[in-house]
Design a protein around this ligand. Sequence first.
Ligand code: FE2
Length: 504
Amino acid sequence: MTSTDTPDLPPNTTPDATRPASRHGLWIGAAVVLVGVAMIAALLAVGHSHQRALIAAYTLVAPTDVAASGVVARAVIGADGDCPDVIGVDATGPQRITMTKRVPAPTAAPVFADVQICTTPLPVGLSEASVDGETIPAAMPTQVDELAIFADSGCRVDDKRIQDCNDPDGWPLGQIAQRIADARPDLILDPGDYYYREIACPDDQQDLCGGTVAPVPGYPFDESGAGWLQDAIMPMQPMFSVAPMAMLRGNHEDCGRAGNGFFLFFDPRPGTEGICAPVERDGKLRAAAPQTTPTWSFDLPLRDARTLRVAMVDSAYGTDKEVTPWVEQQRVSYQQAADLTVPEPGVESWLVTHRPLFALISNRNLPDDDPLAEPWSSDGQMLAAYGLLDHYEMILASHNHYLQSVQIPGQPGALIMGNGGALLDPAEDYAIPEFGPLAKADGTPLVDGVEPYPNATHMWTRVQYGYALASPGDAPGSWTIEQYEFNGTPLGTCTVADRTINCS
Ligand SMILES: [Fe+2]
């Protein structure tokens, strides 16, 4: 994990790309869970001045106007030292690729002072890549046969609920990451929500969350560099050498929670680092105002000359139930997604958005005074995307902490996977209500002039931690999505065909 500056590359020498992938293994995930803040502190302290401690290196899927290859490399290092180079190998041999620092906003920088994030677009044509001897994925896959999906992954520590962060089965992100690494998928897709530690671990809950990195007083958000290492980077380590990761922002990464870190670590686009810069007003730091980032997309080559186009919508803001003026701003991102997915021969599209469009929540989640009193979630998102969903075979979301599939007639099948490690929702009372989405409890339109959707014809819910491996089926647009529990036990199989999802 530690290295000094890489020595000059001898001529005709291939850098070390032969080490087995995911060698950190489950050990890292379990160790981080158990040792928590002490281990992270030790990691951050490794090295003397001029020495660089490599904490993690990984590859992100990026829009092709950011990197023609479709991938950027990231390295996370300690406070000291310069960015490492990426050693890339193409047909002409090894080459050095310079990384630049991805600098946090000045008003957020003090809480990220113990880490530095380095980045570079990877050139087209690499067959191998490494950072300080750690292998990272060098390119987008030439054919995607298996795609891993998981989301909503941090350990919940807030003033309502405390998760058992110190038990690898109570917060199974490390095990999920290891299972995904073992499956060696061609790509990893995460619809968001990484950071869940929003308060210091209470004195009387130390057995559950002792070691939690607490929010730093005086800052209008929960996050810090050390917190990101604990809740996301270290437990995800096993996956990093395996496949490029496409990461989306969730509501836990809005600017009042953990947005600065999301943009530093996981957003692939240059210039987004400062979006969540806290602003000073009346001598106090305040969170940046709500905003979305532009929708982007990437293409995955599949078997039989098929291409999957994935549109990534930032739905960090908005509410789940109330219809607010935010709907108009959010609609811009769904319109951008529709524009990016205009039908082309051989291309099939998925919409990925953190907040679900068609999802059922447990009746137990409904407050008694909810004026809507119906269990469809994310009315605001459904309104924002209303009439803009014709291009998709499937909608993938997370946010609700369960695994669910929902089919609304005439609409793309909806898969909701918010079961990637964060404390699960209640495990009962999921049932199709009397009327479809955007209807009030009496069946009348929720919003004047907006026809409610027809009711769901299919709904399947499992409240279990896990992840999925998706493979293209025989016909264009068809997929098989195998669902697994965090320990690898099969949890169900979803099929997508003709824009229709079925899980059992
Ligand atoms: Fe969420």
